[in-house]
Design a protein around this ligand. Sequence first.
Ligand code: NAP
Ligand code: ZN
Length: 351
Amino acid sequence: MYKSKAYSAASATSPLIGTTIPRRDPSEHDVQIEILFCGICHSDLHSVRNEWSMFNPTIYPIVPGHEIVGRVTKIGSAVTMYKPGDLAAVGCLVDSDRTCPHCKAGLENFCPNLTLTFNSPDKHLGGVTYGGYSDSIVVDERFVLRVPLNLNLAGAAPLLCAGITTYSPMRRWGVIKDKKVGIVGLGGLGHMGVKFAHALGAHVVVFTTSPNKKEDALRLGADEVVISRDANEMKKHAGRFDFILDAVSADHDINAYLNLLGLNGNLTMVGAPAKPLPVSAFSLIMGNRSFSGSNIGGIPETQEMLDFCGKHNITADVEVIPIQKINEAYERMLKSDVKYRFSIDMASLKA
Ligand code: NAP
Ligand code: ZN
């Protein structure tokens, strides 16, 4: 065991502050990674503030962070896929049972014995797992991903959650050339959704509550931008969409978006507001529409997404911050004031 520097919160109402945490020494199949950048996902904030207590109560202290990019510093004797000096990435998952049908299908994200990167029982050290707001992490090589060498590292970190979470449902629901695709909420996930839908050739419409994001949305790849608080603008799009991705973190009216779907259209929810969203049966019945959810992605698809990003030179648009600004970043995220993902430069942890 060794000590790693980190930032943690002691309760749902405490700020994140500097601390040290234990990490295991790499065993046979483990890779030790020096963390260079870690993205800030809204899920980190939901978890720190225990907003998801109904499905995964937070155990304190919590060290969040599941958008990790770094460099391999040490490997276990049986590791074959990585060597010291390699770039490596870790997302939301660090282990699973590897034997269940989901694991066998490469859908480790649905394994009943899944270990999440933070706030999951830690099989090795006891207590809970600690995430990427830290200078180092040790992960089994099966849960380590390869970062294409052409990608900017600060911008690549958010691909590990915001990237896979938006890429996966688009592939599942057949987002291809000329499909009409809506993206609701231009935050960390939403802006990745715009980039992927554009790269896949779709006609992309962004729905935002922030009029000041219009120019950015067009630059990121949107063909049209709708200010969602304007009922007249919303009406113009009724019944037109093949697919809508909802990446909103807070309470909002989902029926307003279901009504924009065309025949057999699908709306997939990736945003995870704490409160249930009421759905009108008629919003679904009229037009054989479907409403579904999507949960990150498995390891093979995450690697596929990273390789797609390498090929299309896609990274997140990031504002790089030192870790000392983490609490300010959370407040800004709550005000939808992120362009479009914070990425923590972990060198700041040495300061
Ligand atoms: P984020 O960067 O904070 O973006 C959320 C966006 O939602 C905001 O930028 C804003 O966009 C919009 N929004 C915020 N408050 C709103 C309100 N009251 N009404 C309407 N729109 C509002 O968050 P994120 O990191 O992208 O995460 C988004 C959600 O996805 C979070 O709930 C997160 O936990 C969840 N998530 C789910 C998965 C999964 O596997 N399903 C994975 C990761 C994250 P505009 O300014 O454009 O309106
Ligand atoms: Zn996330």
